[in-house]
Design a binder for this molecule. Structure first.
Ligand code: ZN
Length: 374
């Protein structure tokens, strides 16, 4: 049996009590698989003197050498033949560099299954049809942005009466269609069905801001909600203002806005609770790493957000380090979810930390600016 099933398909995603031995076993199986199937990854493990068989307990998990997401932007690591790939996605790169991610059927099913259980736990799955406003790109040829696929995927949790998109094709590119969305919302507000927003929070902020500037104030039908992910890219003031603004412009109660953290390289959803904390589910471990990209910092100290999860077999994404800056806490949030959590402090872009993450990636690549390791 695929050891991952006992980790990912639990009814309560935050019930960590019985998962740990299964998690470690699934991580070891995943690690051995990638070490066998992906020569570049095997070299990387060897360069860190890391033996997959030395992974025995929960305490060993943070020792798995973390792959910087920046490294994936320049190197394609694949552990299965191309014909096994069923889904491709690109990470969103503000600097233009994007990772090409590739997922096999079993990994995709487990990830989707984990999302269904999380959404079920949060009460977000409904049989009542909804009008969707997708705050992202329309689907189509060449649209491989992971965040766009997630925004579209989130329209499957209540039957769709219609889907409109905040971005429309404009010549060779895309342009925002805030006016078109606002007009559609005026129609939807008169219908008996709830409206569901999915996609980027910054677009919902822009939409509500424009509506308020034009003196538009709607009262969306009961049951309306927003499922948002992708962040504000450091615009904290906007993140604070979104909920009251959406309440005024759309009549959307603030507790009906659900925010999640996810990444194309790490396609698991982290729910942001009412206290602003991203809770860590049983199928993932979060570590905050220091400037060297390896050492694990104590809870409460800010550093680079890193994950360990055995979700993916097609690429060695088991231990991953992002360029997001975060702090971790062991629990005691007070929101009702008992699991540990992290809080995002922003993107490392522009600060010294990004240099560390970039250097770590460079080091792994054996390029300039670091010791040759691979
Ligand atoms: Zn909480």
């Amino acid at each position: 049996m695929d050891l991952r099933i006992k980790v990912f398909l639990r009814k309560n995603p935050y019930d960590t009590s019985r998962v740990s031995p299964h998690f470690v076993a699934a991580a070891r199986e995943n690690l051995r698989f990638h070490a066998r199937r992906c020569p570049e990854y095997a070299k990387l493990l060897a360069s860190f003197d890391f033996d997959p068989d030395s992974l025995k307990t929960e305490d060993d998990l943070p020792r798995i050498p973390p792959l910087p997401t920046l490294f994936l932007k320049r190197h394609k690591l694949l552990s299965v033949p191309e014909e096994k790939i069923v889904l491709r996605a690109a990470s969103s790169g503000t600097s233009g560099a994007r990772s090409a991610l590739a997922f096999d059927a079993a990994s995709y099913r487990l990830g989707a299954g984990a999302l269904v259980r999380l959404f079920g736990y949060l009460g977000l799955i409904s049989a009542v049809p909804a009008n969707y406003v997708v705050l992202s790109y329309p689907p189509g040829e060449g649209m491989e942005l992971g965040a766009a696929k997630t925004a579209l995927g989130a329209t499957r949790f209540a039957p769709a009466l219609s889907r409109i998109y905040a971005l429309r094709r404009d010549g060779g590119g895309y342009a925002p269609d805030i006016e078109g969305v606002a007009a559609a919302l005026s129609r939807f507000a008169k219908e008996p069905f709830p409206v569901r927003f999915t996609g980027f929070p910054a677009y919902l902020y822009a939409l509500c801001g424009m509506m308020e500037a034009c003196g538009m104030a709607l009262k969306l039908p009961r049951g309306s909600l927003a499922l948002l992910g992708g962040g504000f890219k450091g615009m904290d003031a906007d993140a604070q203002a979104l909920r009251p603004l959406a309440e005024r412009a759309l009549g959307l109660p603030r507790e009906r806005i659900f925010e999640f953290f996810s990444a194309a390289e790490h396609p698991l959803a982290y729910y942001k609770c009412k206290n602003g904390h991203f809770h860590i589910p049983a199928y993932s471990r979060v570590y905050i790493r220091g400037a060297d990209g390896i050492s694990v910092l104590p809870d409460g100290e800010a550093g680079l957000l890193s994950f360990v999860s055995p979700l993916v077999t097609s690429m060695p994404l088991l231990s991953l380090m992002t360029d997001d800056v975060a702090v971790r806490s062991a629990g005691g949030c007070g929101c009702g979810i008992e699991s540990p959590y992290f809080a995002l402090l922003g993107r490392a872009g522009g600060s010294g930390v990004v240099t560390c993450a970039a250097n770590a990636a460079q080091t792994l690549a054996g390029g300039e600016g670091g010791d040759k390791r691979v």
